[in-house]
Design a protein around this ligand. Structure first.
Ligand SMILES: *Cc1c(COP(=O)(O)O)cnc(C)c1O
Length: 461
């Protein structure tokens, strides 16, 4: 290309060179009135952000020099927290990108109480001496799962690493080839096993692993029989897998414990059509798992945590491993988890949002979608209401299809529309199906519908 592009490059470079320094920028008389009363740190950060954005704009080929409005925009950005609430119109109840499980009001209140001041996190009030930070949840977890002892760490990935490192480092772990899964976010069972120092012994084939395969693999060096929940896929057709009772029958007489990485970890049968088949933690314990690891913020509906329950002697060995200290949970997690577990103990599972969102009957969802459609119509946004299928999410029940209802919009450019929705004051996260915008109402509260409608109207199709 000849002269025109050279000319454009020259102009661009001139504009780039003309970008003001932060110091000069902040001394501009036209900006002074805007900056009165603002903390100096924020003003400097906004100036940096504004200049960075203008530079990116120029490099993109938009020949628009720095304007005072750029600083206003940067100040507005900094006035909004980076981590903030969004409206989940995806229909996915446990969405890892959207913070997984929303907490119960009881859990939120408990966190606030404990976070504001001092607490007895590691202080035994009866004895007046050092106590255990797990104490508030151990009895609850044992009561709810039937296990002898329990421990809580930062997340389930950490729990799996810890269990393997403390019970099987330098020894062999026997796993079915059909369960060597990648969960997402780079959590691959074989990699975690290597990290822990355990030696992976694969048995069976991708689609079939029998009891005899495990029996043949167990030897004097076997530390654990490991079973991994297939969280995000299913093997269908000509399949066979060995379930917990059979695994326990292999391990027990040989003195080899069975460890189950359950992932999602429901404490009670999951509500909703076709979801009740999910293996719960108490059933896993009853069926012979010696140690079970599961997440706090998947089907349990609590804070991010990795919960380990199991035989007292094994949990004691896990607790004494140095990684336990490295993976420990903070007081806010313990507070939220205790409050959430109390709801299950008291037979109030429906007060746990994740449970409630899954349990909603289709009629309720249909009525909510209809209300959203009406709110949109009031604001001049045309949508139709339709039955859709959603997902549980969070590595739970990969095959489950949740019947739900949605408002569907036909727009010129659905991707651009979603981007604008994400830019709303309270960002709305929706999805695209068949080139249309789909707003599933499952995870939207009644009182959020008007905010969604408002954002939609502001965006305009
Ligand atoms: C989700 C999942 C994990 C990881 O749990 P996090 O709490 O996200 O760390 C581990 N194993 C299985 C089977 C899972 O489904």
């Amino acid at each position: 290309m000849g002269a025109p592009s050279n000319k454009r490059d020259g102009e661009k470079n001139a504009l780039l060179r003309a970008l003001p320094s932060i110091e000069l920028l902040l001394r501009r008389p036209s900006l002074a009135p805007r900056l009165v009363g603002l903390p100096r740190g924020r003003v400097v950060a906004a100036a940096r952000l504004a200049v960075e954005r203008v530079r990116a704009r120029l490099l993109r080929g938009e020949p628009k020099p720095f304007e005072d409005a750029d600083l206003d925009a940067a100040l507005a950005t900094l006035a909004t927290p980076r981590l903030r609430p969004v409206l989940n119109a995806t229909g996915v109840v446990l969405h890892t990108n959207l913070g997984r499980a929303p907490l119960a009001a009881e859990a939120v209140a408990r966190v606030a109480q404990v976070a504001q001041g001092y607490s007895n996190l590691e202080y035994d009030l009866d004895e007046g001496e050092r106590g255990s930070r797990y104490a508030p949840v151990v009895d609850l977890l044992c009561g709810l799962t039937g296990a002898q002892d329990a421990l809580v760490v930062n997340n389930c990935a950490g729990a799996v690493l810890l269990v393997l490192a403390s019970l099987a480092a330098g020894r062999e772990c026997v796993v079915s080839r059909g369960e060597l899964v990648e969960i997402g976010g780079g959590f691959r069972v074989p990699d975690v096993m290597r990290q822990s120092g355990a030696k992976l012994v694969e048995v069976g084939t991708t689609n079939r692993t029998r009891r005899a395969d495990y029996e043949a693999a167990v030897g004097p060096d076997t530390g654990l029989l490991v079973k991994v929940h297939r969280s995000n896929f299913a093997v269908v057709g000509f399949t066979e897998s060995t379930e917990l009772p059979a695994l326990a029958a292999v391990g027990r007489p040989r003195g080899v414990p069975v460890f189950l990485d359950l992932g999602s970890g429901a404490l009670v049968p999951v509500p909703g059509e076709g979801l009740s088949g999910e293996l719960t933690v108490p059933r896993a314990v009853a069926e012979g798992a010696d140690v079970v690891a599961f997440s706090g913020d998947k089907l349990l509906g609590g804070p991010q945590a990795g919960i380990i329950v199991g035989r007292a002697d094994l949990v004691a060995r896990i607790k004494s491993h140095p990684l336990t200290r490295a993976l420990r949970v903070d007081k806010m997690t313990v507070a939220a988890l205790e409050a959430t577990l109390e709801l299950y103990r008291d037979g109030r599972a429906e007060a746990v949002p994740a449970y409630r969102l899954l349990a909603q009957p289709p009629e309720a969802l249909r009525a909510r979608a209809e209300r959203l459609r009406a709110l949109l119509a009031e604001r001049g946004v045309r949508a139709r209401m339709e039955a859709v299928v959603g997902q549980v999410g969070g590595g739970a029940l990969p095959l489950a299809r949740l019947p739900s209802f949605a408002c569907i919009l036909t727009v010129e450019e659905p991707e651009v529309f979603l981007e604008r929705l994400r830019g709303a004051e309270v960002p709305v996260i929706a999805r695209i199906a068949d080139d249309e915008v789909v707003l599933d109402v499952r995870c939207l509260a009644e009182e959020e519908l008007s905010s969604v409608a408002q954002a939609m109207a502001a965006v305009g199709p």
